[in-house]
Design a protein around this ligand. Structure first.
Ligand code: PMP
Ligand code: GLN
Length: 398
């Protein structure tokens, strides 16, 4: 395991590209965060909770009011029946939920199936927990897995599969049929599914998010992970939820107690309020984002880019090869941020092996003027890439 130590890891592509965007004063369509301040009632609730509420350690597994609100929300929106006191644990963001889950459940030598492109935290955390990732590579434009791919990845040591749905960076919302296949494979091979569903509320009709936990045989073998930061467009809040059957939830809580022990109570109070009162927000937020996606997609198409639209998340993708860009995605992204003033995420950074190098991820959770300007700047980057020699400036930024 040559790359098992954290010291060998690169800085994440999100930090790298946001750092470059700041250094070059670029429009940042890279790292996924909205440019609007988020629901005011929630922010007020959090502020009030800081001023007038309880600011000491809350219970390790989360404030009862938030655990109850999480269970209620998933009952209303996804038909799940979770016991708030034994099947919901609050964590400091989905990132901590992932870390706690992997640390709690993986035993050295366990194999863990993951799909690439993948959210960048998975592999270092799985390895540090003693697991061995087994990668399944997905390809544009549909990014679908098949039963044959899953079965080919399974060995006698396979114990887990990690499913991110809706998928960052591809914007896919996994279909009922594909979830059925995955559930059947999990049941047949006695696998636990770690379901990173942080984007579950950011889904554009007609797509529908379905939790894998609701499929036959899956209730006792899923760890479902959510994030208030993503639900309410407040990405810095770092309030995560783990939902799982009691034996799994209890183990995850044990790992959580030695990671962060707890999560700021004021933000938990505000997240509970948001879940209890957020019906309008959950209806309007995806519509607003769908309009933003349309704005960016149309601006890019006007500039001659081939766009792969998404069914969920804050992201769409551009097929660089089909858009007249000869450079690889990373070189193009470096050129775009340094010389054309627009930051994006090269999707190759989210593969560990045999990367697809022709796809660029763009965040559309921004004002229309920003998106329009970003598209124009990306077209300028394409022109720069096509100049004689067309080479990007050498070297890494950080
Ligand atoms: N998983 C995925 C797929 C994500 O996209 C993100 C953040 N964008 C996270 C986990 C982390 O969520 P949090 O900020 O709540 O830690
Ligand atoms: N999830 C965010 C994205 O995909 C990034 C989170 C992070 O910076 N670690 O852009």
């Amino acid at each position: 395991m040559p790359d098992a130590t954290f010291s060998a890891l690169p800085t994440t592509v999100f930090e790298e590209m946001s750092g470059l965007a700041r250094a070059h004063g670029a429009i940042n369509l890279g790292q996924g965060f909205p440019d609007d301040p988020g629901p005011e009632a929630l922010r007020r609730k959090a502020a009030e909770a800081v001023l007038e509420g309880y600011n000491q350690y809350p219970p390790m597994a989360g404030l009862p009011e938030l655990r109850t609100a999480v269970a209620g929300h998933y009952h209303r929106t996804q038909g799940l029946a979770l016991d708030p006191m034994t099947e919901v644990v609050i964590t400091s963001g989905a990132t901590e939920a992932l870390a706690a889950t992997f640390l709690a459940l993986i035993e050295p030598g366990d194999e863990v199936i993951v799909f690439q492109p993948l959210y960048d935290a998975y592999l270092p955390l799985i390895r540090r927990a003693g697991g061995t990732p087994r990668l399944i590579s997905l390809s544009p434009p549909h990014w679908r897995f098949t039963r044959a791919m899953l079965e080919a990845a399974i060995t006698p040591r396979t114990r887990f599969v990690v499913l991110n749905n809706p998928v960052n960076p591809t914007g896919v919302v996994v279909s009922h049929d594909d979830l059925t296949i995955l559930a059947e494979v999990c049941v047949a091979n006695d696998l636990i599914a770690v379901c990173d569903e942080v984007w579950e509320q950011v889904v554009f009709g007609p797509a529908v998010h379905r939790p894998l936990m609701a499929f036959p045989g899956m209730a006792g073998r899923c760890v479902k992970i959510g994030s208030a930061g993503k639900m309410f467009g407040l990405t810095g809040w770092k309030v995560g939820f783990v939902c799982a059957a009691e034996p799994l939830a209890r183990l995850v809580a044990k790992a959580h107690q030695f990671l962060t022990f707890t999560t700021p109570p004021n933000l938990q109070t505000a997240a509970a309020f948001g879940l209890e009162t957020g019906a309008d927000w959950f209806r309007t937020m995806p519509r607003t984002l769908a309009a933003s996606q349309a704005c960016l997609a149309q601006a890019l198409e006007r500039e001659g880019f081939r766009v792969l639209r998404s069914s969920g998340t804050y992201f769409l993708n551009v097929d660089l090869a089909a858009s007249g860009v000869g450079l690889g995605d990373r070189d193009f992204a470096l050129l775009a941020v340094r010389e054309a003033g627009v930051a994006a995420i090269p999707v190759s950074a989210l593969y560990e092996t045999e990367p697809v190098t022709t796809i660029l991820r763009l965040c559309f959770a921004k004002a229309d003027e920003t998106l329009e300007a970003g598209a124009v700047r990306l077209a300028r980057a394409r022109d720069l890439a096509a100049r004689p020699g067309g080479q990007p400036p050498a070297g890494r930024a950080i």
